[in-house]
Design a protein around this ligand. Structure first.
Ligand SMILES: [Zn+2]
Length: 425
């Protein structure tokens, strides 16, 4: 069994949204009360309270405050566990000699959500032709909330846990599914062997010279973002207009994130689907600060926004792309080869004669003084990693990154967004 995490956007009715907000408020209240209890106990008796001591008080709290009952006992326990984790992290860092911040009281406005740690108290339904429904709570008070899209793993997928999140005024449900390896498999329609070099001038360059340009949103949305931030800077801090623009900026950040994720999913799925062997190199952090300026003859296309944000967005995209390639390659049965950058030096090596040809970052063309081989810099690098992929005993292991906050016993897992079209095939 593999684990896959699928995040659905929720469309609660106004009444449902109000109830969800109320539930978050209660979870937040529990969190803050438990934190206060721990602080008090420590001050008065110099003793610390464990998670289990707090968990054992939950039935009494529910008897006293019946509004907590419909939240579900496991969900309440999970909120206490969340506090416990915050404390564990705090003490671990203190022990390591760092100076971490003490776990804080949280405002219910900023409390992100709550979690059902097991399949009890909620249900994911995908019975119709499109969309899914998330049912939370039990009995008469249960809520059936509409969700967008469907996951692609079919009826065999067993739901494991659910997190309800609120972000910029929107609601999301993140479901971890246990899926058989067969249900994870994805189609492959090609047997190509391709090397690929990721960069900033073009997002990807293949060894055969094909390229994938950086998506347009990087230019259009970023100038919009800069504009909003300039407007905000002119407003008085803390004023209504200042806050309103802050919300716009947050929304736009989210939008850019969504566009980026969609672009990366599409691009990596396509790459994996057409290749039996796909070669690339390790993620190099120093590359993330590579200038987008290009050269005088061939200037870069995103120079103006090069600083800060641009870099952040592109570089985060590269990490994400590597991750997606790793798990999608496993699902498609593609061999993903990741070259050891320091040993191989793909951008400095000649793909024809294997000699090292030093180049500055500004030199966009590889011209070999040893054998005369000439190719665009990134294409040459892609060709080098492909040769490396065909050389036995090279490369570093490419493994999908495990899901965060996952129980120890689970195997690897990856995140997905649901398809919004129904799967008839
Ligand atoms: Zn050469």
């Amino acid at each position: 069994m593999e684990r896959r995490k699928v995040t659905f956007k929720l469309y609660p009715s106004a009444t449902q949204a109000e109830r969800l907000t109320g539930w978050i408020r209660l979870h937040c209240e529990l969190y803050n009360a438990a934190l206060e209890e721990r602080i008090d106990a420590y001050r008065k008796t110099d003793k610390s309270i464990s998670y289990y001591e707090q968990q054992n008080v939950l039935p009494a709290i529910k008897a006293d405050r019946p509004e907590f009952v419909e939240l579900g006992s496991h969900a309440l326990q999970q909120t206490l566990r969340r506090l416990d984790l915050a404390f564990q992290a705090f003490f671990r860092r203190v022990k390591a000699g760092q100076t971490p911040g003490f776990p804080r009281f949280k405002a219910s406005k900023r409390f992100s959500g709550f979690c059902y740690p097991d399949p009890a108290g909620w249900k994911l339904m995908q019975s119709g032709t499109r969309g899914a429904t998330i049912r939370i709570g039990s009995g008469k008070g249960a809520m059936s909330i509409r969700a967008r899209g469907r996951h692609r793993f079919g009826d065999g997928a067993k739901p494991n846990d659910l997190t309800i999140m609120r972000k910029n005024g929107d609601w999301f449900a993140s479901v971890t599914l246990r899926v058989s390896a067969a249900a994870c498999a994805r189609m492959r329609n090609g047997e190509d062997h391709r090397g690929v070099d990721f960069g900033i001038n073009d997002w990807a360059t293949f060894d055969n010279g094909e390229t994938i340009a950086n998506p347009r949103f990087i230019r259009s949305k970023l100038s919009w973002m800069a504009d909003l931030q300039r407007q905000q800077a002119r407003k008085k801090r803390g004023s209504i207009r200042y806050k309103r623009l802050g919300r716009h900026v947050a929304k736009l950040h989210e939008r850019i994130g969504n566009l980026r994720r969609e672009f990366l999913h599409t691009a990596t799925s396509r790459m994996v689907a057409s290749c039996a062997v796909l070669a690339t190199e390790e993620l190099r952090t120093q590359n993330m600060s590579r200038s987008a300026g290009g050269t005088q003859d061939k200037p870069g296309r995103v120079v103006r926004q090069k600083a800060g944000l641009n870099r952040e967005i592109l570089s985060a995209g590269l990490g994400m792309a590597h991750n997606m390639l790793a798990y999608k390659a496993v699902e498609a049965g593609t061999r993903l080869h990741v070259s050891n950058t320091r040993q191989l030096k793909p951008s400095q090596r000649c793909a024809a004669c294997w000699e090292i040809v030093p180049k500055t970052l500004a030199q966009r063309v590889h011209e070999c003084p040893h054998c005369g081989h000439t190719a665009p810099r990134d294409q040459n690098a892609a060709a080098v990693v492909l040769i490396d992929a065909h050389t036995p005993g090279t490369g570093v292991a490419a493994r999908p990154k495990p899901l965060s906050r996952q129980r120890a016993k689970s195997k690897s897992g990856t995140r997905e967004t649901p398809d919004t079209v129904s799967q008839d095939a």
